[in-house]
Design a protein around this ligand. Structure first.
Ligand code: 13P
Length: 256
Protein backbone atom coordinates (compact mmCIF):
# COMPACT_ATOMS: atom_id res chain seq x y z
CA UNK A 1 0.00 0.00 0.00
CA UNK A 2 1.69 3.19 -1.14
CA UNK A 3 1.25 6.16 1.19
CA UNK A 4 1.48 8.72 -1.61
CA UNK A 5 -1.65 7.42 -3.29
CA UNK A 6 -5.24 8.14 -2.33
CA UNK A 7 -7.36 5.08 -1.64
CA UNK A 8 -10.71 4.71 -3.32
CA UNK A 9 -12.36 1.53 -2.09
CA UNK A 10 -15.64 0.31 -3.53
CA UNK A 11 -17.93 -1.57 -1.18
CA UNK A 12 -20.34 -3.29 -3.54
CA UNK A 13 -22.24 -4.82 -0.59
CA UNK A 14 -24.68 -7.49 -1.88
CA UNK A 15 -24.39 -6.34 -5.50
CA UNK A 16 -24.43 -6.99 -8.44
CA UNK A 17 -26.77 -9.96 -8.65
CA UNK A 18 -24.69 -12.12 -11.00
CA UNK A 19 -21.07 -12.83 -11.90
CA UNK A 20 -21.81 -11.58 -15.42
CA UNK A 21 -22.92 -8.17 -14.10
CA UNK A 22 -20.00 -8.05 -11.66
CA UNK A 23 -17.55 -8.62 -14.50
CA UNK A 24 -19.19 -5.91 -16.62
CA UNK A 25 -18.99 -3.37 -13.78
CA UNK A 26 -15.39 -4.35 -13.08
CA UNK A 27 -14.40 -3.92 -16.74
CA UNK A 28 -16.06 -0.49 -16.89
CA UNK A 29 -14.24 0.65 -13.75
CA UNK A 30 -10.94 -0.85 -14.90
CA UNK A 31 -10.91 1.47 -17.93
CA UNK A 32 -10.36 4.44 -15.63
CA UNK A 33 -8.77 2.77 -12.58
CA UNK A 34 -5.92 1.38 -14.68
CA UNK A 35 -5.03 4.94 -15.73
CA UNK A 36 -5.38 6.88 -12.47
CA UNK A 37 -1.78 6.88 -11.27
CA UNK A 38 -2.35 8.78 -8.05
CA UNK A 39 -5.13 6.49 -6.85
CA UNK A 40 -5.13 2.98 -5.45
CA UNK A 41 -8.50 1.57 -6.42
CA UNK A 42 -9.93 -1.43 -4.60
CA UNK A 43 -13.13 -3.31 -5.41
CA UNK A 44 -14.60 -5.14 -2.42
CA UNK A 45 -17.08 -7.42 -4.15
CA UNK A 46 -19.17 -10.26 -2.77
CA UNK A 47 -16.62 -12.99 -1.97
CA UNK A 48 -17.91 -15.43 -4.60
CA UNK A 49 -16.77 -13.05 -7.38
CA UNK A 50 -13.25 -12.39 -6.06
CA UNK A 51 -11.47 -15.28 -7.81
CA UNK A 52 -12.82 -14.30 -11.23
CA UNK A 53 -12.40 -10.53 -10.86
CA UNK A 54 -8.83 -10.79 -9.59
CA UNK A 55 -7.86 -12.53 -12.84
CA UNK A 56 -9.19 -9.67 -14.96
CA UNK A 57 -6.41 -7.16 -14.23
CA UNK A 58 -2.75 -7.94 -13.73
CA UNK A 59 -1.43 -4.53 -12.61
CA UNK A 60 -1.58 -3.02 -9.12
CA UNK A 61 -3.67 0.11 -9.63
CA UNK A 62 -6.82 -1.94 -9.19
CA UNK A 63 -7.02 -4.61 -6.49
CA UNK A 64 -9.82 -6.81 -5.22
CA UNK A 65 -11.00 -7.34 -1.66
CA UNK A 66 -13.65 -8.94 0.54
CA UNK A 67 -16.29 -7.42 2.81
CA UNK A 68 -15.76 -9.66 5.84
CA UNK A 69 -13.54 -12.51 7.03
CA UNK A 70 -13.41 -15.07 9.82
CA UNK A 71 -10.60 -15.25 12.40
CA UNK A 72 -9.62 -18.90 11.92
CA UNK A 73 -7.86 -20.33 8.88
CA UNK A 74 -9.45 -23.78 9.04
CA UNK A 75 -11.64 -25.99 11.18
CA UNK A 76 -15.26 -26.59 12.13
CA UNK A 77 -16.71 -23.22 11.16
CA UNK A 78 -19.53 -23.82 8.68
CA UNK A 79 -20.11 -20.98 6.28
CA UNK A 80 -17.08 -18.90 7.24
CA UNK A 81 -14.29 -17.60 4.97
CA UNK A 82 -10.71 -17.55 6.17
CA UNK A 83 -8.02 -14.91 5.59
CA UNK A 84 -5.76 -17.44 3.87
CA UNK A 85 -8.54 -18.71 1.59
CA UNK A 86 -9.42 -15.16 0.54
CA UNK A 87 -5.77 -14.41 -0.15
CA UNK A 88 -5.38 -17.57 -2.19
CA UNK A 89 -8.09 -16.48 -4.64
CA UNK A 90 -6.65 -12.98 -5.10
CA UNK A 91 -8.10 -10.81 -2.32
CA UNK A 92 -5.64 -8.17 -1.16
CA UNK A 93 -7.98 -6.17 1.09
CA UNK A 94 -10.79 -6.93 3.49
CA UNK A 95 -13.37 -4.65 5.09
CA UNK A 96 -13.87 -5.47 8.78
CA UNK A 97 -16.39 -4.11 11.26
CA UNK A 98 -18.73 -2.49 8.76
CA UNK A 99 -21.81 -1.14 10.52
CA UNK A 100 -24.03 -3.44 8.45
CA UNK A 101 -22.18 -6.45 9.90
CA UNK A 102 -22.19 -4.99 13.40
CA UNK A 103 -25.98 -4.59 13.04
CA UNK A 104 -26.17 -8.36 12.46
CA UNK A 105 -24.53 -8.96 15.84
CA UNK A 106 -20.79 -8.58 15.24
CA UNK A 107 -19.21 -7.44 18.52
CA UNK A 108 -16.07 -5.40 19.20
CA UNK A 109 -14.42 -8.67 20.30
CA UNK A 110 -15.29 -10.33 16.97
CA UNK A 111 -13.92 -7.32 15.09
CA UNK A 112 -10.69 -7.49 17.10
CA UNK A 113 -10.20 -11.19 16.33
CA UNK A 114 -10.89 -10.61 12.63
CA UNK A 115 -8.53 -7.64 12.41
CA UNK A 116 -5.71 -9.55 14.11
CA UNK A 117 -6.15 -12.66 11.95
CA UNK A 118 -6.43 -10.76 8.65
CA UNK A 119 -3.37 -8.61 9.36
CA UNK A 120 -1.42 -11.68 10.41
CA UNK A 121 -2.31 -13.30 7.08
CA UNK A 122 -0.98 -10.24 5.24
CA UNK A 123 -4.30 -8.80 4.05
CA UNK A 124 -4.81 -5.04 4.03
CA UNK A 125 -7.52 -4.38 6.60
CA UNK A 126 -10.12 -1.66 6.08
CA UNK A 127 -11.38 -1.25 9.65
CA UNK A 128 -14.69 0.60 9.96
CA UNK A 129 -15.74 2.64 12.97
CA UNK A 130 -18.66 5.03 13.25
CA UNK A 131 -21.34 6.32 15.57
CA UNK A 132 -25.07 5.96 14.88
CA UNK A 133 -25.85 9.50 16.00
CA UNK A 134 -24.18 12.55 17.46
CA UNK A 135 -25.08 14.04 20.83
CA UNK A 136 -24.40 17.43 22.38
CA UNK A 137 -22.22 15.97 25.14
CA UNK A 138 -19.98 14.29 22.55
CA UNK A 139 -20.53 10.83 24.03
CA UNK A 140 -20.12 9.52 20.49
CA UNK A 141 -16.40 10.24 20.82
CA UNK A 142 -16.20 7.81 23.74
CA UNK A 143 -18.04 5.23 21.63
CA UNK A 144 -15.63 5.69 18.72
CA UNK A 145 -12.62 5.47 21.00
CA UNK A 146 -13.93 2.16 22.38
CA UNK A 147 -14.51 0.78 18.88
CA UNK A 148 -11.00 1.71 17.78
CA UNK A 149 -9.14 0.66 20.93
CA UNK A 150 -10.90 -2.69 21.16
CA UNK A 151 -10.42 -3.45 17.45
CA UNK A 152 -6.66 -2.93 17.81
CA UNK A 153 -6.22 -4.60 21.18
CA UNK A 154 -3.09 -6.79 21.04
CA UNK A 155 -2.37 -5.93 17.39
CA UNK A 156 1.42 -5.59 17.07
CA UNK A 157 2.80 -2.36 15.66
CA UNK A 158 4.59 -4.12 12.81
CA UNK A 159 1.19 -5.14 11.39
CA UNK A 160 -0.07 -1.56 11.23
CA UNK A 161 1.46 -0.92 7.81
CA UNK A 162 -1.47 -2.85 6.34
CA UNK A 163 -4.18 -1.05 8.29
CA UNK A 164 -6.62 1.54 6.97
CA UNK A 165 -9.20 3.20 9.22
CA UNK A 166 -12.56 4.17 7.79
CA UNK A 167 -14.65 6.72 9.62
CA UNK A 168 -18.15 5.79 8.58
CA UNK A 169 -20.91 7.51 10.59
CA UNK A 170 -24.12 5.49 10.30
CA UNK A 171 -26.21 8.63 9.95
CA UNK A 172 -24.50 9.39 6.63
CA UNK A 173 -24.66 5.96 4.98
CA UNK A 174 -26.86 5.40 1.94
CA UNK A 175 -28.00 8.99 1.61
CA UNK A 176 -26.72 11.76 -0.66
CA UNK A 177 -23.76 14.12 -0.69
CA UNK A 178 -25.84 16.75 1.17
CA UNK A 179 -26.27 14.39 4.15
CA UNK A 180 -22.61 13.35 4.33
CA UNK A 181 -20.13 14.55 6.90
CA UNK A 182 -18.88 18.10 6.37
CA UNK A 183 -15.20 18.65 5.66
CA UNK A 184 -14.90 20.40 9.03
CA UNK A 185 -16.44 17.44 10.88
CA UNK A 186 -14.21 15.09 8.89
CA UNK A 187 -11.09 17.00 9.78
CA UNK A 188 -12.01 16.82 13.48
CA UNK A 189 -12.47 13.06 13.21
CA UNK A 190 -9.20 12.72 11.35
CA UNK A 191 -7.35 14.42 14.21
CA UNK A 192 -9.27 12.44 16.83
CA UNK A 193 -8.43 9.09 15.21
CA UNK A 194 -4.76 10.08 14.80
CA UNK A 195 -4.65 11.07 18.48
CA UNK A 196 -5.96 7.67 19.62
CA UNK A 197 -3.56 5.82 17.31
CA UNK A 198 -0.68 7.90 18.71
CA UNK A 199 -1.74 7.01 22.26
CA UNK A 200 -1.83 3.28 21.44
CA UNK A 201 1.27 3.18 19.24
CA UNK A 202 3.69 5.99 18.36
CA UNK A 203 3.29 9.22 16.44
CA UNK A 204 5.30 7.86 13.51
CA UNK A 205 3.15 4.77 13.20
CA UNK A 206 -0.09 6.70 13.72
CA UNK A 207 0.74 9.16 10.96
CA UNK A 208 1.29 6.41 8.44
CA UNK A 209 -2.13 4.80 8.85
CA UNK A 210 -4.47 6.04 6.10
CA UNK A 211 -7.77 7.43 7.34
CA UNK A 212 -10.60 7.38 4.83
CA UNK A 213 -14.26 8.37 4.88
CA UNK A 214 -17.40 6.37 4.06
CA UNK A 215 -21.01 7.57 3.99
CA UNK A 216 -22.57 9.03 0.83
CA UNK A 217 -19.27 9.82 -0.83
CA UNK A 218 -20.34 11.00 -4.27
CA UNK A 219 -18.77 12.93 -7.16
CA UNK A 220 -20.33 16.08 -5.64
CA UNK A 221 -18.54 16.02 -2.28
CA UNK A 222 -15.25 14.18 -2.71
CA UNK A 223 -13.19 17.18 -3.81
CA UNK A 224 -14.19 19.30 -0.82
CA UNK A 225 -13.60 16.41 1.61
CA UNK A 226 -10.18 15.69 0.14
CA UNK A 227 -9.16 19.35 0.07
CA UNK A 228 -10.39 20.44 3.51
CA UNK A 229 -11.12 17.21 5.38
CA UNK A 230 -7.50 16.05 5.08
CA UNK A 231 -8.45 12.47 4.31
CA UNK A 232 -6.62 9.73 2.47
CA UNK A 233 -9.54 8.45 0.43
CA UNK A 234 -13.05 7.02 0.51
CA UNK A 235 -15.02 3.85 1.08
CA UNK A 236 -17.76 4.20 -1.50
CA UNK A 237 -21.11 2.38 -1.32
CA UNK A 238 -23.92 3.22 -3.76
CA UNK A 239 -21.76 5.40 -6.00
CA UNK A 240 -19.51 2.41 -6.69
CA UNK A 241 -22.34 0.53 -8.39
CA UNK A 242 -22.55 2.93 -11.32
CA UNK A 243 -19.27 2.89 -13.24
CA UNK A 244 -19.83 6.46 -14.49
CA UNK A 245 -20.16 7.83 -10.93
CA UNK A 246 -17.34 5.77 -9.48
CA UNK A 247 -15.03 6.65 -12.37
CA UNK A 248 -15.85 10.31 -11.83
CA UNK A 249 -14.73 9.93 -8.19
CA UNK A 250 -11.50 8.30 -9.40
CA UNK A 251 -10.83 11.12 -11.87
CA UNK A 252 -11.54 13.90 -9.35
CA UNK A 253 -9.28 12.22 -6.77
CA UNK A 254 -6.53 11.69 -9.31
CA UNK A 255 -6.60 15.37 -10.26
CA UNK A 256 -5.97 16.64 -6.71
P1 13P B 1 -22.90 4.75 0.80
O1 13P B 1 -21.74 5.30 0.01
O2 13P B 1 -23.95 4.11 -0.04
O3 13P B 1 -23.42 5.74 1.78
O4 13P B 1 -22.32 3.54 1.66
C1 13P B 1 -21.29 3.79 2.50
C2 13P B 1 -20.82 2.48 2.95
O5 13P B 1 -21.46 1.81 3.73
C3 13P B 1 -19.56 2.01 2.35
O6 13P B 1 -19.05 0.97 3.07
Amino acid sequence: MSKDKKLIIANWKLNPESLKDAKKLFVDIKKVASRTQKVQTVICSPSVYIAELSKMYSGHRLEVGAQDVFWENKGKHTGELSPTALKSVGAKYVIIGHSERRALGESNTDVNKKVAAALKAGLNVVLCIGESKRDSQALYLKFLREELESALSGVPKNHLKNLIITYEPLWAIGKSADDAVSSHQMHEMYLFIRKILTEIYTKNIAFNVPIIYGGSAEPDNVKELLDSGEIDGFLVGHSSLKASQFNEILKITNSI
